[in-house]
Design a protein around this ligand. Structure first.
Ligand code: MRU
Length: 351
């Protein structure tokens, strides 16, 4: 996607360094974070400088490649070193399937050679961008003219290497002059919808408004939402889907009001070895994300302020699981399927 007329990916690799758009500073500042080592890239994933399933998958793959490059294969400690790097990367964030898929593929390649690791990490990043583009083309076929579409969190290009998933069909529909409008849930506590999705939509001149997280049911009851598209962090074999906290509530509301509720995700987000949503690890994040908010003050300087009762604590699960029965369909790069085991196993056969 273009930022200030320059084409960017959210994550890229050059001269053994990983470069990432620093998403913690958006939408106020556009800055690139340079990760010189595997350790630095892990820090970027943990602190959400890079976030979103596909983007952290690509970053994790490159982190693994950095580790493989750091030692020569002939070094007697090579296997121990890359194994402990793999463990470190896997400890950064637990929910997104793409991270584990990428680390495992690049680790296997690193066992052959550091060059193979790099080649594999690049291929994963390229495929992520290509899959997202195809999701856009397929997802657009579901969108009718003048529709108002709701989305939760950020599953736009920032959450992937390029194009995004939930927003990719929206970009395509806009390009095809369908006169669409987007409701972006603010997505407390970190505000990925208010900060990132709104920033992306703004950059593409797509008409939109940010809504409080608790406004969706009201808008649905007034027929102000024609369709909802969300991303996914992990999809179990039976179609249960983990996504940003709050997704489950939206799905229940959509089901109640008979509004199509689609999950847009590449097949790399499907965890075929996970039977159902109850087995998906749900990340618990720091209570500070709930207790404090970060934004810019009137002088344009970034500030972190307390927004809760000073003596209270918070509980902060980052994801929830939407049962398959609430999902109208899954838009993958290979086709639109039902959220059930039969369709999922079939589409994963050639992966
Ligand atoms: O915690 P985050 O921001 O990494 O959450 C992941 C997400 O971006 C969302 O859950 C998103 O809707 C799906 S991942 C593209």
């Amino acid at each position: 996607m273009k930022v200030n007329n320059i084409d960017y990916r959210t994550v890229w690799y050059q001269d053994d360094k990983v470069y990432l758009i620093n998403q913690n500073l958006l939408p106020f500042e556009f800055k690139i974070f340079e990760a010189k080592t595997c350790n630095d890239t892990c820090f970027a994933i943990k602190t959400m400088i890079v976030r979103g399933a596909g983007a952290i998958g690509a970053a994790a793959g490159f982190a693994m490649a950095q580790a493989a490059q750091a030692l020569k294969k002939q070094d007697e400690n090579y296997i121990d070193y890359i194994t402990s790097a793999k463990n470190e990367i896997e400890r950064t964030r637990p929910t997104a399937q793409n991270l584990f898929m990428a680390v495992n593929k690049v680790f296997e390649a690193a066992l052959i050679s550091p060059q193979d690791a790099i080649r594999t990490a690049f291929a994963i990043a390229d495929k992520d961008a290509e899959d997202s583009r195809n999701i856009g083309i397929l997802g657009d076929t579901l969108i009718q003219k003048n529709w108002k579409i709701a989305t939760h969190c950020n599953a736009g290009w920032l959450a992937f290497v390029d194009h995004g998933t939930a927003l990719s069909p929206i970009y395509e529909a806009h390009k095809n002059n369908k006169n669409i409008f987007v409701w972006a849930d603010e997505t407390r506590p970190r505000g990925q919808g208010a900060r990132l999705t709104a920033w992306e939509l703004n950059a593409q001149n797509i008409p939109h408004k940010i809504i409080p997280d608790n406004a969706t049911a009201h808008l649905m009851s007034l027929k102000m939402i024609d369709m909802m598209i969300v991303g996914a962090d992990r999809i179990a074999r039976n179609g249960d889907t983990a996504n940003k906290i709050g997704t489950l509530e939206k799905a229940i509301c959509a089901y109640n009001y008979n509004i199509p509720f689609y999950v847009a995700a590449p097949t790399s987000t499907i965890d075929i070895n996970c039977d159902n949503g109850q087995k998906i690890p749900i990340e618990l994040r720091s209570e500070d994300e709930v207790l404090f908010q970060t934004g810019v003050n009137e002088q344009g300087k970034m500030e972190k302020i307390l927004v809760c009762s000073p003596d209270s604590h918070a509980y902060n699960p980052a994801f929830d699981v939407t049962p398959a029965k609430l999902i109208t369909g899954i838009i993958t790069e290979k086709g639109i399927i039902s959220a059930n085991e039969q369709d999922i196993v079939k589409i994963m056969r050639n992966n």
